[in-house]
Structure formats: structure tokens, C-alpha cells
Ligand binder design. Sequence first.
Ligand code: PLP
Length: 388
Amino acid sequence: MRSGRHFLQIPGPTNTPDRIQRAMHRAVIDHRGPEFAELGASVLKDLKAVFQTQNRVVIYPASGTGAWEAALVNVLAPGDQVLMYETGQFATLWKNMAAKLGFEPVFMQGDWRTGANAAAIGAQLASDTGHKIKAVCVVHNDTATGITSDIAAVRVAIDAAEHPALLMVDTISSLGSIDFRTDDWGVDVVVAGSQKGLMLPPGLSFNAISPKAWAACEAGGDRRSYWDWRDMAGPNDQGVFPYTPATTLLYGLREALDMLAEEGLEAVFARHARHAEATRQAVAAWGLEILATEASERSNSLTAVLMPDNKGADALRAEILDSFDMSLGTGLNKVADRVFRIGHLGDFNDLMLMGTLCGVEMGMMRAGVAHEKGGVQAAMAYLATHGA
Ligand code: PLP
């Protein structure tokens, strides 16, 4: 028995607000009946505002990985090339999936400390004179590295190369936390999940689909059934789904969309930016390094912090969990044990951030991690003097 609330400060799943918990505490209804159709139609319509799109959005009862697969199999045929950029572990996993499915990823290597290089993507596309590359896939906010890539710049690079590839973007840890503009940035397929900025439990994922991507789906694509966008269209137009939807999560989604609309997307983005900056101030005062080297690419939804000697992150996280009942994100793959990740996204406020940073600083003291004093103080000073 541990009293008080657990601090779930991994970069997703995030803390589910009480309002959403309560909204989901309802009986499951007939998913082909009129009451459900109203709910389905309303969430499908209102999701568009969060994606900043007029395009069709589809919802899968699946984790984010499902929506990755849906994006690939609806537009790519076996043997098609797909340009993918290594921003961290999630870009790597998406690339591995593309290869497993029989597509041909052209994986542009990154260093896990910087975001997708739009100029390099443009150059690669310009050299693809036969237009073998059918899609460019970028992770907007790679949750493993805490790096946000400039998607508008990637769009400009694709256009400048006069290349017809589709632009497909993973926004699983940015949607509803970091400004993401599907239509303004000309994103053809967006991949998103329920468990981060949308503040829901895991279990829903999404694709937003441009008319160009839809045409590619109609004209080709891989063998698919469960993920087929075409099966969604007719039922979705009536507010229902081709198979049993995750009714309970959709009640929660309705509430989440209301909460985001009440706060206003601009305010949601500003809140995340402010908490991220306060976190960065704390890390700087501790004398520690943030994994993302470029200030403009540092994520507003999480911060990946490098350990002083490049090791010991797992022991530190274990100490913090044990002593203060707080979960931090683990270092993945190339940065395993070298970084810990502080999630500061979703349903989150100043005092939750301060509790989080106190937990980190106290944990470093207990675990004997070399650091300067004053990180918490620096974050406090920032929050006290900057907006809200
Ligand atoms: N992409 C990103 C950026 C993620 O952060 C995650 C999970 O954390 C995924 C993809 C995979 O999503 P899921 O674990 O929901 O299948």
C-alpha cells in the first residue's frame, strides 16, 4: 500500500484526468444503434480540429503501432520504396515494420541527437529521378530521444524536389501537446494514438488521410483487411464502424476533445512549451545535458536527460520509483541506461511538474548521481515569472 497518487511521468501513457475516467464509467451501448452513431459522428468530426485538418480521420481500436501499419499498407505495394529518417527508436521501429511487411525502406541515418534533416531528405528525393520512393515517413516527436522535427521544412523539401511521394508523419507523442498542422504542412497521412496528448488510456489510434493518400489507397496499396481505410468510409459516414469499436474509450475521447476545446489548442501548446522550458532550466541548473543538441528541436512533451557518466539511468529510475513512487521513461536501444526521460505532457500543471522535478532531484541525491544543486529552484523561478 502506498498512499497518495503515483506520479506517472513517462512520456505516455499519461495521467488520465478524472473527467475522462468518469466519462468512461458507463455501460457499453449497442455500437450499431442510434445513440452510438451520434457519439461516433461527433468524435470523428471533432477530431479534425485537433489534427488541424479538413481530411478524413479514421479511428482504430489498436495501439499506435496499428496506425503505423495502416498508414503503410493502405498506400504502399510490395517492393515500394519508402524514405524514412532515423530520429530515434520509434523511427527505427517504423522502419523495421516497413521492412517486415515487404516494403523497401531507404533509411536515412541520424545521430539520435538531431531531428530529420529536410535538406538531406530533399537531396535524396532529387536523386530518385525514377520516383521509386512512394512515401516519406517522419516521426514528428521521437519519444525515445525527445526530438521534434520540422515537418513544414520536410514538406518544402519534397515540393522543391518536385517529387510526388506522400508525406506520412507519426504524431503519437505530439498531437494535442505540440503544434501540428496537418493541412498547412501538407501531411498526407498522420499517425496518432490515444494515450499521450489526448490523455486517454492506451487502445485507440488514428490516421488522418489526405485526398492524395486516399487516391493512392484506392489505386493500389498492399493486401489488407482490418486496416483497410475503404471499409471505414461508408460506416463512418453514418457514425459507426465496420467492426466493434472500443466504445468505452470513445466516451473518453468525447470528453478529451471537449477538454482540449475548452482550454483551446493554442493554450494547450503554450502550457506544454512552458513546462518544457521549466524542465530544461532545471536540467541546465543540474549541470546535466539534454540529449537533443539543437535548442529548436527540443521536445515540448518530454525531455531526455543524459546521465553524467553515460550510465546509471536505470538505477536512478529504480531509486525514484522505490523512494518516491514516480515512474520516469527508460532509455531505449542506443541510449539504454544512458538517458532517463521526463514526460511533461497531457493532463499536467505547474505543481505536478514541480513534484516531478523534486522527485528527480531527490532521486539523484539518494542515488549519488553527480549534479549541481538548484534545478528545482530554477524551474520554480521560471514558472513563477513566466505566464500561465
Ligand atoms: N511512435 C511513437 C512516437 C511512440 O511514442 C510510440 C509509443 O510510445 C509508438 C509509435 C508506438 O505506439 P504504441 O506503443 O501505442 O503501439
